[in-house]
Design a protein around this ligand. Sequence first.
Ligand code: SF4
Ligand code: SF4
Length: 92
Amino acid sequence: MALNIVESCVSCWACFDVCPSEAISSAPTQFLIDASKCTECDGVFSEQQCASICPVEGAILLADGSEANPPGSLTGITPQCMLEAMCEIQAR
Ligand code: SF4
Ligand code: SF4
């Protein structure tokens, strides 16, 4: 099983150097994980290093397809919070 980087990746390079398996590479529009090399960091780290360091919510998917850093997990701004703020602004 492997993690996956999706289009919201901003190509910041943060994950590139922390991968113990050299599974991450750059590509024209986003970084990519080679599924044949990704070990999910098993046996080396207790946390998947790419997901731990990635600053973009939703840019990395876990092996089960769920977001490693779902909305609100890094910024503290949950989708509900954002919705309430937008409603408040629009009501002004
Ligand atoms: S989960 Fe670990 S091995 Fe897989 S790409 Fe991320 S850092 Fe590399
Ligand atoms: S750390 Fe996240 S945003 Fe940065 S290159 Fe890796 S996947 Fe893309």
